[in-house]
Design a binder for this molecule. Structure first.
Ligand code: B12
Length: 225
């Protein structure tokens, strides 16, 4: 049984989404993450163990390799996509398992900005960490974001901007949330190449995150609090 979990972790690290993928080192064959996740479920392994010891443990190593510049963005993306597909398979079993949902995280690229590669990576990583993720898309007007928060009540809102012009919209969004009486209902995380810790403080965001791994750490710290 532990063998399945160990294989799952190894395949996440190798970014082998299915059995047809070669993976980074081209050393693995046989079932990939999607097939192993199904095998683990069929073997009645606890969903929590599949996620924690297989998927999350694998992604932690991917994160370390990425920070150490051993892995590049496409390597990290393959692993993140593998975890995301595994989470789709596990989702129907999540409610029945002992993992409580961690809450809803909405992510959006702000008005005027169409960069979405980083946003998509962050969305996948956060989903892989067990949060429900709503991706609102790119170039989304501030009013639409406020309306979304009012109607869907996400616990967390992630804002992405890559341009020095569009980063200013993040401050407008926070002001608009305040004006609508919604600011206290949602933690706002910001990210993207243009922004910084200092800018987050300036506009009153709850956190700046350099990447998706940092975002998962911040969200998990809110859970622990
Ligand atoms: C790819 C790219 C494009 C693509 C975007 C394709 C797409 N689907 O996203 C295209 C070609 C469309 C494009 C267009 C433009 N681009 Co462009 N683009 C880039 C480029 C090369 C890479 C961005 C990227 O994907 N990086 C990889 C991802 C993984 O990194 P990331 O986005 O930073 O995301 C990570 C973190 O920042 C963080 N993060 C990001 N968002 C969030 C959100 C949250 C909540 C959290 C927690 C974390 C987080 O986590 C991510 C994962 O690690 C950058 C250069 C650069 N080095 O950033 C320029 C860059 C951002 N672009 C730039 C410019 C100027 C433009 C254009 C204006 C060009 C033009 N004259 O038309 C247009 C603007 C279009 C628009 N209105 O948005 C400039 C911005 C300059 C500035 N300071 O304002 C840059 C910096 C290039 C440069 N050096 O001049 N671009």
């Amino acid at each position: 049984m532990n063998d399945i979990i160990a294989k799952l972790k190894e395949n996440v690290i190798q970014g082998r989404i299915t059995q047809d993928d070669e993976g980074i080192d081209e050393t693995l064959s046989g079932p990939g993450v999607v097939e192993l996740t199904q095998i683990a479920l069929d073997s009645k392994l606890p969903v929590k163990k599949i996620i924690t010891d297989g998927l999350t443990a694998g992604m932690e190593i991917v994160g370390r390799k990425f920070n150490a510049k051993e892995y590049y963005v496409p390597d990290m993306l393959a692993s993140a996509e593998a975890v995301s597909e595994a989470m789709d398979i596990l989702k129907p079993h999540l409610e029945a398992s002992d993992i409580a949902g961690k809450g809803k995280f909405a992510i959006v690229t702000v008005k005027g900005d169409i960069h979405d590669i980083g946003k998509n990576i962050v969305a996948i990583l956060i989903k892989g960490a067990g949060y429900e993720v709503d991706d609102l898309g790119i170039d989304v007007p501030t009013e639409k974001i406020v309306e979304y928060v009012r109607e869907n009540k996400p616990a967390y809102l992630g804002l992405s901007a890559l341009l020095t012009t569009t980063m200013l919209v993040m401050g407008d969004i926070i002001e608009a949330l305040k004006a609508a009486g919604l600011r206290e209902s949602v933690k706002v995380l910001i990210g993207g190449a243009a922004v910084s810790e200092e800018f987050a403080r300036e506009i009153g965001a709850d956190a700046y995150c350099a990447d998706g791994f940092a975002a998962v750490r911040v969200l998990d710290s809110y859970q622990a609090a």
